[in-house]
Design a protein around this ligand. Sequence first.
Ligand code: ZN
Length: 475
Amino acid sequence: MKLRNFFALFLSLVLLMGLNGCAPGANSSSALITVKLKKTQELNTRAAAYWSESKKPQQIGEPVSVVEYAAPFSYGLQYPKTGYQSVDDMIAQAVAERRAAFDKKYLLPENLPESGKPSADTALFLRYETYLTEDGNLSLVLFEREEPADAAPVTQLYILHYDLAAGTAQKPEDLMWERFRENASAYTQKYFLETEPYKKGLFGDYKKTLASDSSTFDRFALTDDGVLFYFEPYQLFPGSYGLVRLTIPYEDMRAKAAPPQAAPDIAGFDAEKPMVALTFDDGPNPRNTGAILDTLEQYNAVATFFDLGSLVERYPAVVQREIALGCEVGSHSYNHKDFKKLSNAEISNDVKAVSRAFQSAIGQEPTLFRPPYGNTNQRVNGQIPMPLVLWSVDTLDWKSRNAASVMAAVKKAGNLDGKVILMHGIYESSAEATAQLVPYLLEEGYQLVTVSQLIEAKYGETPQPSKLYGYDYFQ
Ligand code: ZN
């Protein structure tokens, strides 16, 4: 700040010296006029450059351009004249309000330059875009750029709606229809999560920004092609993405709610009877997870899958089928790193990446987390916003790659009531073992349940985030 002030002072000194140099003997008032002319020319150039950022051609009206240097600030404003008198009056009024709000803001003591006096180097620029629909609705998008004398520029945009025929202003809520927000929320989330370059850039609490109750969706323009939404720099993406526009076709904005999904037909289970949870890590794998799901479907049974975010992105249909069959789907991290070796920031990034993958594939978050290699500690647990789940029967299926060995390991474990069996969903031998194991367990009188069902029904507890359900828990 100090450096900047010093620089400003230096600049004004240079300017003064320069003036004396090129206008020797001139009195100070004509020097001031020269400065004002020069500054007005500069302002014209800056305003024209800013206005040129708007789309061409505009759908309606002729531009009204205002360039004023020092009154008490500087202005480079452009707005449309539509030829509809009452609408034009309202637009002029809206522009006057923006200008008054700007004056008020930059006359506040904290926004005044060091001198304490308003500076004509503080400028307000305004440009616009117009969108007109078949039924005569005008959406006027006003882009505003404030350039303080000695601070970074501030940009904002406002959207105003007018009914041209009636000559009235309209509120955004009067233009929305049933499921407007829900459809906008669903479409934008899916689009930005699936489309380059946006999917890599989404940051912060983007889910909140794109939730159906978010004020983001109050600001839209109705166009010929659909509903146009604007996302300002840093709202969803880093500043380098600039202003992001997304037009959602009317068809998608008017979509009806999806019919409620039929509850999966899972035989109700009895908390008093023996139960066991089968778990499959490292998937999804289209072939072998698919075969495991065939077995579960055949016996109307469920299991819990701890899937890798990277594979969920690659094989969303497999995860969708896991959900459709009533199975539970947890996270096994994005790409199987040892979490004890990750920093808290890296863990947080992993959780976010997996969350995106799950939201994109199945529209929900993973309910559980199984750390890769079962490696975790107090610090890691504290960073995971899900219950952490290990196992109590290890089939070593990844090592033997043999269905008979897997069956033998399970039989050797004795009473399985309340236990969690570890397998991997990516090997053909594990899929073969599952085809034998599921009917075997059912014949032995066990109910097959998900891990969350087991914790609730067998141990009488609601699974808690950041809590480790380890080897000893499931005994
Ligand atoms: Zn694993």
